[in-house]
Every structure is written in structure tokens, then in C-alpha cells.
Design a protein around this ligand. Structure first.
Ligand code: SAH
Length: 199
């Protein structure tokens, strides 16, 4: 599938209905999701999407050739939207796991995720829990993190046996999806990391 048609499909998915700030529910914009999968080689891989939300990254992975995808999401309301999005597109290789990523340990070839950035008080350190789980589950991880945490991510990963490369930097509309922030649309610089287990 061409990048443009993939971007269009991803941009037309149903988004969060009542985003929960404490779970840092901000969806990845379609064009960023499209770039993420174009920079990752997911063909024929078993992919894990941690904190899958409404499913945009799972769907992007499936449409770009992943063998199968497991979408792990703690929030039942989001998981329902995810399943609707998947059903509408008729994708049969995406499975939902309604679960907390902490303690999750399903194995995969690669993790593709946009985790909570740990920016909200209630979600402080959520980024670390997501990375720990990703490192437990797969030898290769594609993940978004605030650019201002770049050196922390690199050290944190290195200490756990993972090499780090930044594949790109995106301007990410962080609070656009929250009703009470709708007007003050905050843009954050976000790095797209590839982390892989050291041989
Ligand atoms: N991956 C989606 C959603 C990103 S928002 C996208 O790219 O659009 C982060 C998601 O992580 C939210 O859906 C939130 O509900 C989920 N989440 C937060 N903490 C979680 C946890 N401990 N376990 C599983 N999912 C969690």
C-alpha cells in the first residue's frame, strides 16, 4: 500500500471519545503513524503495540505487512473503539489484550508503541514501565519519547542491554485531544527511537 493511501486510512480512524488525562490518552496523528511504520521494517513480524489506545499503530503495522499484531490496552472504553476500527477495516490479524502493560510478558518480534510520556503527575514514570515491558517482550522496539528525554532514554536502554538510534523527530500535538485543552494546542517535539537488544 502506498504511503499516501495508508496515511488517509489512518487519519480517518475513530479517535478517543473522552480521553483520560491520567492515562495520557493522546492519539498519534495519521501522518506520524504512517511515517513510523515506513521507518520500521515490520514485514512478516509479530508486533506488539503497548498502550494501543484506539489502535492506530496496530492498524498501521497490520496494513504495512506485519504477520500479526497484539494490541495491549488497559482502558476498556478505548479497547472497544480499537476493536471497532479494526472490524471496519476487516483486519483479521490484530488481537486485543485488555491488560496493564506492567507485568505483561507476551513475546513478539518487535514492539511498536506510543507510550504515555510520563508527563502527567498521575502517569509519572509510565514511560519507564512501558520500556521495561517492551524490553522483556521483544528484541526490537520502536517507540516515541519527548525529545527532551533523549539522553535519559539512551542511558535507560543502554543499562538494560539495548542500543538506541533516533530515526526521526516529529512535532506532536500533545493536548489537542483533551476537551479542556482544546484551545491551547500544545506542540511537543517527540523522538522516534529504534532500540535493539545488543548481541
Ligand atoms: N498508541 C495509541 C495511544 C497512545 S496514548 C496511539 O498511538 O494513538 C497511550 C495509551 O496507553 C492510552 O490509550 C492509555 O489508555 C494507555 N495506557 C496508559 N497506561 C497503561 C497501562 N499501564 N497499561 C496499558 N495501557 C496503558
Amino acid at each position: 500500500m502506498g504511503a499516501r493511501s495508508l496515511g488517509i486510512i489512518l487519519s480517518s480512524l475513530e479517535g478517543f471519545e473522552n480521553p483520560k488525562p491520567e492515562l495520557e490518552q493522546w492519539a498519534t496523528p495519521g501522518e506520524i503513524a504512517e511515517k513510523m511504520v515506513s521507518l520500521a521494517d515490520l514485514r512478516d513480524k509479530k508486533v506488539l503495540d503497548l498502550g494501543a489506545g484506539t489502535g492506530i499503530l496496530s492498524i498501521a503495522a497490520s496494513l504495512s505487512g506485519a504477520r500479526s499484531v497484539v494490541a495491549v490496552e488497559i482502558d476498556p472504553a478505548s479497547a472497544k473503539i480499537l476493536e471497532r476500527n479494526v472490524r471496519k477495516l476487516g483486519l483479521e490479524n490484530i488481537e486485543t489484550a485488555e491488560s496493564d502493560v506492567a507485568g505483561y510478558s507476551g513475546q513478539a518480534d518487535a514492539v511498536l508503541m506510543n507510550p504515555p510520556f510520563g508527563a502527567q503527575d498521575a502517569a509519572r514514570h509510565a514511560d519507564r514501565i512501558f520500556l521495561e515491558t517492551a524490553f522483556r517482550c521483544a528484541p526490537e522496539v520502536f517507540s516515541l519519547h519527548l525529545s527532551k528525554t533523549r539522553s535519559f532514554i539512551s542511558r535507560f536502554s543502554g543499562a538494560r542491554g539495548f542500543e538506541d538510534a533516533v530515526l526521526g523527530t516529529f512535532r506532536f500535538p500533545l493536548k489537542a485531544s483533551f476537551g479542556f485543552h482544546r484551545k491551547e494546542r500544545k506542540i511537543e517535539e517527540v523522538d522516534y527511537h529504534r532500540l535493539w537488544r545488543r548481541k
